[in-house]
Write a protein that binds this ligand. Structure first.
Ligand SMILES: *[C@@H]1O[C@H](CO)[C@@H](O)[C@H](O)[C@H]1NC(C)=O
Ligand SMILES: *[C@@H]1O[C@H](CO)[C@@H](O)[C@H](O)[C@H]1NC(C)=O
Ligand SMILES: *[C@@H]1O[C@H](CO)[C@@H](O)[C@H](O)[C@H]1NC(C)=O
Ligand SMILES: *[C@@H]1O[C@H](CO)[C@@H](O)[C@H](O)[C@H]1NC(C)=O
Ligand SMILES: *[C@@H]1O[C@H](CO)[C@@H](O)[C@H](O)[C@H]1NC(C)=O
Ligand SMILES: *[C@@H]1O[C@H](CO)[C@@H](O)[C@H](O)[C@H]1NC(C)=O
Length: 741
C-alpha cells in the first residue's frame, strides 16, 4: 500500500489562506469522530467555524470518514493535547518470497507528514531472518538514515517475550523532526532462502515499548498489520514570545518553544490535565484524591484534600503528621511524643543559639563598658595615687595587694547574700574565697567621700603596715568598684560581743580568758597610739573585737579610724563611733584624741567584767548606762552587783576589783584624767603576771561621780532633743550590734 496520498497535504497547502484568527471560541462545539474527540487546534472537514480550529495550517484539518478520523490516509486513534502528539496507525513495509526464492509480494512505506514530524518516541523495527531494515528521513534540518540488521541462527530459536535484540528482530531509534520518511528492508543476499518458518521480512515504525515479540507465530503474518506511531505537532510560525503580552496557552498551562524552534507547544502545569491550547478553558485541575492514575500518596490514617494543582493530606483527628517520615502517627503514641519533643527541642535549641549570640554581643559590649567604668572607679578611688606610692620611695615593708573587681566578684560569689558576715554602720562585710582557697573578709565600705581619697589611700598604706598579732591584717584593696573594697584576714570565731551577749555565748568563757583579751586589746591600742609609724586612733573600739579559734583578740574595723598627723595633738572631725562606747568629751566637742579610745576601751573592760551590754534600755534607769552604773557601784562599794557572777571566785576577786578600777579610770569624763593606753595595758598585764597591786589610785584620783553623770546627762539630752541626730546615731548602734562585727 502506498501513501502517495500524503502528497495531497501539499496540495491543500496551496489553498491555504492566511487569516488572522482569534482565540478558539468557547462556543465551539466539540467534534467527535468515532472514539476521538477533537478540540482546538484540530478540526475536521465539517468544522465550518474557522475560529474553532487552526485553519491557517492544513495539518490541523483532519477528515472524518465513516467514524474514522484520518490524517491524510493515516487513521488517527488518539490526540494528546498536553504532549502535542497524535497517535496514528501506520502499515508495514514487507517482502515475501516464494519457495523458489523469488519475491511473491511486497509493499513500501513512504510518509509525508506536512507540518507534523515523527516523534522521537518511536522505533524502527525489523522482523525476519538475515535481513536489514532502514529508515531514510528528511526534515526541516537534515537528512539521515538509520537501520538495523536481524540475523537468525539455524533453526530460528523459539522466541518467547524476548526483546528485539538482533536475533530474528531488531530495533533502532528514529531521528526526530523528520516529516518525510521512507521505511525499506532487504534480504542479505548471501543467505539462503528460508521458506519454512518465515517467508516474509518486515520493517515498520512503532511507538516505543508497544511492540513485543511473543512467539514465532505472532510475527509471521504482519502484512496487514498497522502499528501505532506518534507524531509531534506544534503551532508553527510563532514562538512563545513573538506576540508580546498575549498569552498563547490557556489557563494553568505554560508555553515552550518546540524543540526545532519553529513554533511553540503548550503544556499543562503540574497537577493539571486537559487541553492547554483552549485559551479560555485551559487545563483543569486533577483531582488527585479520586484520580485512578494521578493518585495521591497520602499516608494511612489521613484524608486527602484536593487543591488546585496539588492535594493535601490531613491526618485524621487523633493523629498527627510526622513531617520527616510523612506518616500519620497517633497522638498518644511514643513516636508522637518523641517527634514532638524533637521539634520542641530543635526549636528551643535554635532559639537558644540565637539568644546566645545576642547575649554574647551584649556581654562583650557590657564588658567593654564595665572595663571603662572599672578604670574610672580605680582612678576615682585613688588607684593611681596608691600605685605611685607603692612604686615610689614609700615605706618598704608595705604589702598591699590590689585586687580586681572581677576577682572580688568571684570570691564573694557575686556579692551573694549568703556570704554576708555582717552589716554595720561602716558597711557590709562578705566572706570571700580567693582562687588559692584562702578565706578572707571583704569589706564594702559605705559610699565614701571622694574628697578624702588621699586620706583613704594613706590609711590603706598605714594599716597594711601594721603587723600585730592582735590586729586583723589588711591584705589589700580593690579600687575598681564604686566604693572601694578592703580585704582583711578572716577571723573564725566571731566577735567579743557574740561571746558575751550573743549567739556564741559560752559559760566557759572564764575570767582568765576575759582578762587576757583585755590585755591584748589594751596592748594593741597602746601600740596603735604610740608604736605604729603614725599614731592611729581607732575611734570605734567596741564590740568589733574579733576572736580567733584560740580566743585571741583581733582588733578590727578601722573604717572610722583616723591617723593623727604628728604635729597635731587633736583633730576636729565629724563625731563617729558607736553609742554607749562613745567618749562623751569627743561627742560634745568633736575633738578627737587617743583618750577617746581609752574611754571606749574602758567600756569594753566593763563589759568583760560585768557581762552586760554598754547601753541597755531594758535595765532600770540607774543602770541603763553601764559606765555610770559601774562608777556608782565602785564608789559605793557595791561592785559585786555589777560583776558577772559566772566569772567571780575567791582567787580572782582582787584581780576583778583591780580591773574594775582601771575601767572606771578609763571612763573618766575628761580625757586628761584618763590614763594612757600604754599605762592601762601595763596594769592589766601586771594583773596576769604577778597579780600585784599597782599604785594606780595614787596616780589618778578617784573619779567624781557627778562628772560621769554629767556625761550621761549630756548624751541623754542630746538623744531626746535632737531627733535626727539621735536616730542616725542609734541606727549605727543597732546595725553594729546586729552585725556582730
Ligand atoms: C457564544 O454564544 C453566545 C450565545 O449562544 C453568544 O452570546 C456569545 O457572544 C458567543 N461567544 C463567542 C465568543 O462567540
Ligand atoms: C505549515 O505551517 C505554516 C504556518 O502555519 C503554513 O503556512 C504551511 O502551509 C504549513 N504547511 C503544510 C504543508 O501544511
Ligand atoms: C524506549 O523505551 C524504553 C523503555 O521505556 C526506554 O528505555 C528507551 O530509552 C526508549 N527509547 C527511545 C528511543 O525513546
Ligand atoms: C523561543 O524562541 C525564541 C526565538 O528563538 C526565543 O527568543 C525565546 O527566548 C524562546 N523562548 C523560550 C521559552 O525558550
Ligand atoms: C503534560 O505534559 C507535561 C510535559 O510533557 C508532563 O509533565 C505532564 O505530566 C503532562 N500532564 C498530564 C496530565 O499528562
Ligand atoms: C591556736 O593554738 C594552737 C595551739 O597552740 C596553734 O597550733 C594554732 O595555730 C592556733 N591558732 C591560731 C589561729 O593562732
Amino acid at each position: 500500500m502506498k501513501l502517495q496520498g500524503l502528497f495531497l497535504v501539499a496540495i491543500i497547502c496551496l489553498s491555504y489562506t492566511q487569516l488572522v484568527k482569534g482565540q478558539p471560541s468557547t462556543n465551539c462545539s466539540t467534534t467527535t469522530c468515532g472514539k476521538v474527540t477533537l478540540e482546538y487546534p484540530f478540526g475536521t472537514s465539517f468544522s465550518h467555524d474557522p475560529d474553532c480550529y487552526r485553519s491557517e495550517d492544513p495539518s490541523f484539518k483532519l477528515t472524518c470518514d465513516k467514524e474514522k478520523l484520518l490524517f491524510d490516509d493515516l487513521e488517527v486513534v488518539h490526540v494528546n493535547y498536553n504532549a502535542s502528539q497524535l497517535r496514528v496507525l501506520i502499515p508495514v513495509s514487507y517482502v515475501c518470497f516464494n519457495s523458489q526464492g523469488h519475491i511473491s509480494s511486497e509493499s513500501n512505506l513512504i510518509g509525508r507528514l506536512g507540518n507534523l514530524t515523527l516523534s522521537k518516541n518511536n522505533m524502527l523495527t525489523a522482523v525476519g531472518c538475515d535481513m536489514v531494515a532502514y529508515l531514510s528521513t528528511a526534515g526541516s534540518r537534515r537528512r539521515t538514515s538509520v537501520g538495523c540488521v536481524s540475523i537468525c541462527d539455524d533453526p530460528l530459536p523459539q522466541v518467547t517475550d524476548r526483546q528485539c535484540n538482533g536475533v530474528g528482530c531488531c530495533q533502532s531509534p528514529v531521528p526526530a523532526w523528520s516529516n518525510i520518511f521512507i521505511v525499506s528492508r532487504n534480504r542479505l543476499r548471501y543467505t539462503s532462502v528460508r521458506s519454512s518458518t518465515s517467508p516474509c521480512i518486515y520493517a515498520f515504525l512503532v511507538e516505543n515499548g508497544t511492540f513485543k515479540v511473543s512467539g514465532v507465530e505472532s510475527v509471521t503474518n504482519l502484512q496487514n498489520t498497522r502499528f501505532p506511531v506518534l507524531l509531534d505537532w506544534s503551532i508553527r510560525g510563532e514562538t512563545c514570545e513573538q506576540v508580546g503580552g498575549i498569552k498563547k496557552c490557556g489557563a494553568n498551562s505554560e508555553c515552550s518553544n518546540s524543540t526545532d524552534n519553529t513554533g511553540y507547544v503548550c503544556k499543562c502545569l503540574q497537577g493539571f490535565y486537559g487541553n492547554p491550547y483552549l485559551r479560555e478553558e485551559g487545563c483543569k485541575d486533577i483531582d488527585e484524591c479520586t484520580h485512578p492514575i494521578h493518585k495521591h500518596n497520602c499516608p494511612e490514617f489521613s484524608t486527602c484534600e484536593n487543591i488546585p494543582g496539588s492535594f493535601l493530606c490531613n491526618c485524621k483527628s487523633g493523629y498527627d503528621l510526622d513531617t520527616t517520615t510523612n506518616i500519620c502517627i497517633p497522638k498518644d503514641s511514643p513516636e508522637y511524643y518523641t517527634k514532638w519533643t524533637q521539634t520542641v527541642l530543635g526549636t528551643t535549641i535554635g532559639f537558644l543559639a540565637i539568644l546566645l549570640v545576642v547575649s554574647c554581643v551584649q556581654q562583650r559590649m557590657k564588658h567593654r563598658k564595665d572595663a571603662k567604668l572599672r578604670q574610672q572607679f580605680f582612678e576615682q578611688n585613688g588607684g593611681g595615687m596608691l600605685m605611685q606610692r607603692l612604686s615610689g620611695a614609700g615605706p618598704s615593708n608595705v604589702d598591699v595587694k590590689i585586687f580586681t573587681e572581677e576577682g572580688m566578684k568571684e570570691a564573694t560569689n557575686g556579692y551573694d547574700d549568703s556570704r554576708i558576715l555582717g552589716q554595720g554602720g561602716q558597711g557590709t562585710v562578705y566572706k570571700g574565697i580567693l582562687p588559692d582557697n584562702s578565706i578572707v573578709a571583704i569589706k564594702k565600705a559605705r559610699l565614701g567621700d571622694n574628697s578624702q581619697v588621699e586620706q583613704f589611700i594613706n590609711e590603706v598604706l598605714v594599716l597594711s603596715q601594721i603587723n600585730h598579732r592582735n590586729v586583723v591584717k589588711l591584705l589589700g584593696c580593690c579600687l575598681e568598684t564604686e566604693v572601694p573594697l578592703l580585704v582583711y584576714e578572716f577571723i573564725t570565731s566571731g566577735t567579743l560581743f557574740d561571746h558575751l551577749h550573743g549567739s556564741m555565748f559560752d559559760s566557759s568563757f572564764t575570767w582568765e580568758h576575759r582578762l587576757r583579751i583585755a590585755v591584748e586589746v589594751a596592748g594593741t591600742l597602746a601600740y596603735l597610739h604610740s608604736s605604729a609609724s603614725i599614731p592611729i586612733i581607732h575611734r570605734d573600739v567596741k564590740t568589733n573585737i574579733l576572736l580567733d579559734e584560740n580566743l585571741t583578740a583581733k582588733v578590727a574595723d578601722f573604717g572610722a579610724s583616723r591617723l593623727i598627723p604628728m604635729d597635731k595633738e587633736q583633730l576636729t572631725t565629724m563625731v563617729q563611733g558607736t553609742l554607749g562606747y562613745l567618749d562623751p568629751e569627743y561627742y560634745n566637742t568633736g575633738l578627737l584624741n587617743e583618750k577617746s579610745d581609752v574611754y571606749s576601751f574602758g567600756v569594753v573592760l566593763m563589759e568583760l567584767i560585768s557581762g552586760q551590754k554598754a547601753l541597755c534600755f531594758e535595765r532600770p534607769q540607774y543602770s541603763k548606762h553601764l559606765v555610770s552604773y559601774f562608777a556608782s557601784a565602785t564608789k559605793e562599794n557595791r561592785l559585786h552587783e555589777v560583776i558577772d557572777g559566772q566569772v567571780m571566785n575567791e582567787d580572782n576577786e582582787r584581780e576583778i576589783q583591780e580591773a574594775a578600777r582601771v575601767a572606771v579610770e578609763c571612763t573618766r569624763l575628761t580625757g586628761e584624767e584618763r590614763p594612757k593606753m600604754k599605762e592601762v595595758a601595763a596594769v592589766l598585764e601586771g594583773l596576769i603576771a604577778t597579780k600585784t597591786k599597782h599604785q594606780w589610785s595614787d596616780q589618778y584620783p578617784e573619779p567624781m561621780e557627778f562628772e560621769h553623770l554629767l556625761g550621761v546627762e549630756i548624751l541623754s539630752a542630746q538623744d531626746e532633743t535632737s531627733s535626727t541626730g539621735y536616730d542616725s546615731i542609734k541606727n549605727v548602734a543597732r546595725l553594729d550590734i546586729e552585725a556582730g562585727r
